[in-house]
Design a protein around this ligand. Structure first.
Ligand SMILES: [Zn+2]
Length: 238
C-alpha cells in the first residue's frame, strides 16, 4: 500500500506543461549570456534605448532568479548585429524593433541554433513610443523563447498565450517557467533543486517556487519514520 502511495506521489510530482522549442537548441553560454540592443534598436519606433533597457533589465532579473538553474544573463552594450541578421554571435541575445505587421503580435524570436544565440524582434507596428502596454511582458516572454522555451499551456506561465493574472507585466516566473529553465540549464551544484523543480501546480498565477513536493515528501518520510518507530515499539512490547 505504502509503495503505491509513494508511486502515485512520484508520478504526480513529475508532470510538465513547459515545452522546449527545439531539442537541439540551447544558449551556448548559459552562465554568461549578454542581452544586447541590436544595431537598429527601437528608436525608429519612438522607444528610447533607456526604455528598452529597462524592459531588458526586468527580463534578465526574472530569468536569472532561479537558483536551481545555471542560466545567468546580463544586459550589455549595444550590439553591431541587426535583428534581421540570421547569425547572432555566440553568447548573445539581441533585441530590436522591426515592422511585423498590424495585429496582435507583440514580437517574435529567432534562434540561431548553430551559435546557440537568438534575436528578438519587437513589432514596431504594435509597440511604439505612445503604445507600450504589455511591452515589458513581451520582452520577458520573448526572452523565454531565446532561452529555448515555447508556449506553455499553464496560464500562470510567462510563456502562456492565454489570459493570465500578471496583466502583461510579470514580476516573477511561474513554477512552470522555473521548471523549464531548470530542465534546459540545470545547476548541478544545487542538487536540492532536482526534487522541488518538476511540477506545474502554480496555476493560480502565484509563483510558489518549488518546495511543496519536497515538504510533502519530507513529511511523508517523517511519517514513515514515526510509523516504523511506533511499530517497532509495539512489536517489542508484544
Ligand atoms: Zn511567444
Amino acid at each position: 500500500m505504502l509503495k503505491i502511495i509513494f508511486l502515485l506521489f512520484f508520478i504526480a510530482s513529475y508532470s510538465h506543461a513547459f515545452i522546449i522549442a527545439d531539442k537541439d537548441y540551447r544558449l551556448s553560454k548559459p552562465e554568461s549570456t549578454t542581452f544586447k540592443i541590436s544595431s537598429e534598436g527601437c528608436t525608429g519606433a519612438g522607444i528610447s534605448d533607456a526604455i528598452l533597457k529597462d524592459a531588458m533589465e526586468r527580463a534578465v532579473e526574472i530569468w536569472n532568479d532561479v537558483p536551481e538553474s545555471r542560466l545567468k544573463v546580463k544586459v550589455g552594450s549595444t550590439s553591431g548585429t541587426s535583428v534581421t541578421s540570421t547569425t547572432v554571435p555566440k553568447g548573445e541575445v539581441i533585441i530590436g524593433c522591426a515592422a511585423l505587421g498590424a495585429g496582435s503580435i507583440g514580437g517574435t524570436t529567432n534562434q540561431d541554433k548553430a551559435n546557440g544565440s537568438a534575436r528578438i524582434k519587437i513589432n514596431s507596428d504594435y509597440f511604439s513610443g505612445t503604445q507600450l502596454v504589455g511591452f515589458v511582458g513581451t520582452v520577458v516572454h520573448e526572452f523565454g523563447h531565446a532561452v529555448g522555451l515555447t508556449h506553455s499551456k499553464d496560464p500562470a506561465s510567462v510563456m502562456t498565450y492565454e489570459p493570465n493574472g500578471w496583466n502583461y507585466k510579470p514580476s516573477y516566473l511561474a513554477q512552470d517557467d522555473v521548471d523549464g529553465v531548470v530542465y534546459l540549464y540545470p545547476n548541478d551544484k544545487q542538487l536540492g533543486g532536482l526534487m522541488g523543480s518538476c511540477d506545474s501546480y502554480a496555476a493560480d498565477g502565484k509563483s510558489s517556487r518549488g518546495g511543496m513536493e519536497v515538504e510533502l515528501l519530507l513529511g511523508f518520510f517523517g511519517f514513515l519514520a514515526i510509523w516504523k518507530f511506533v511499530r517497532k515499539l509495539t512489536n517489542s512490547k508484544s
